[in-house]
Design a binder for this molecule. Structure first.
Ligand code: FE2
Length: 305
């Protein structure tokens, strides 16, 4: 007998097994398939609409833009919210707020001790920025020899590695702090940016009536011995989209204060001669309660999950 109602078909899809499989994967897949069956029935989705959507998914994968859609549909922020709810339930104090990694991190950036010129090769591309601070524990004590991975977009809002016009690791560095947890770097104030036009993501957002703009920000992945690795971003104040971020990633505790310094000899090792914008920001890390929490892993590195 091979004549099915939708519910009979769903029961077969979710229940027809020749081996045990993975219980969790089975349960989650069954739920998703069940919800999609219901969505198709409720909205009377036509074959044309269904196959257009499948074609869009294929284009999305081919363009390597899955990570952009997850951010725009709120999934990245949701995972951060749930992590913080879990912390709260476990009575774990928060350090510096988390913010989404985004899809554009690249591991293996050149390493420097205590300070670096992140803008090497990008002179004159924007307002000179010096950002500095310390990596601290929740107790306020410095985390010696912590690692501060920092990356931001270029003056056109594009990231090296994903933009073939830029040299490898352009605007990507890793700083190892000194024994007092100090880091500092020179760069330029990056602009905000938008999702690529004429892409599967912009097609969807046009249909949703949503914009695809992110306010200006700088990404960080911070870790230190015995501390929970932190993925976050800081936001530059004054951006039009600060409270209307496509990726829902801006947070109150992450908007930095900009200070104008006309001249200072304290930054001559970074080649700063004239006036510049200065930002001071300390990263506060939670204590790690498992070894895997201390690993500075990208979200696509699931070996430590
Ligand atoms: Fe970004």
């Amino acid at each position: 007998m091979a004549e099915y109602t939708p519910s009979q078909l769903l029961a077969l899809v979710n229940g027809n097994q020749v081996s045990a499989g993975d219980e969790r994967v089975r349960a989650i897949t069954a739920r998703i398939v069940s919800d999609l069956f219901q969505t198709i029935e409720t909205f009377q989705v036509t074959p044309n609409e269904f196959w257009s959507a499948m074609k869009w998914l294929t284009r999305l994968g081919q363009a390597d833009m899955v990570g952009l859609v997850t951010a725009g549909l709120g999934f990245d922020r949701l995972l951060d919210i749930l992590e913080e709810e879990a912390d709260e339930a476990a009575a774990r104090a928060q350090g510096t707020p988390r913010a989404i990694e985004g899809p554009l991190y690249v591991a293996g950036a050149p390493v420097s001790q205590r300070e670096v010129r992140l803008d090497e090769g990008n002179e004159g591309k924007g307002e000179t920025l010096v950002m500095e601070g310390r990596v601290l524990g929740l107790d306020g004590k410095p985390v010696p020899h912590a690692s501060v991975d920092v990356w931001h977009c270029n003056e056109l809002g594009r990231y090296s590695h994903f933009d073939p016009e830029q040299p490898a690791y352009n605007l990507r560095r890793r700083i190892e702090t000194d024994a007092e947890g100090n880091y500092r770097f020179r760069s330029f104030l990056p602009p905000g940016y938008a999702i690529p036009p004429n892409s599967p993501v912009s097609d969807l957002f046009a249909q949703l009536g949503r914009h695809g703009n992110r306010p200006a920000h700088i990404h960080f992945l911070v870790s230190g011995s015995g501390k929970r690795a932190l993925t976050t971003q800081v936001n530059i104040p004054g951006d039009t989209f600060l409270d209307d971020d496509f990726a829902f990633a801006t947070r109150d505790g992450l908007v930095v204060s900009l200070e104008r310094i006309e001249r200072s000899d304290a930054y001559s090792s970074l080649g700063v001669t004239g006036s510049f914008t200065h930002v001071r920001f300390d990263f506060v890390l939670q204590d790690a309660i498992t070894d895997s929490e201390a690993v500075a892993a990208s979200r696509y590195d699931t070996t430590h999950a």
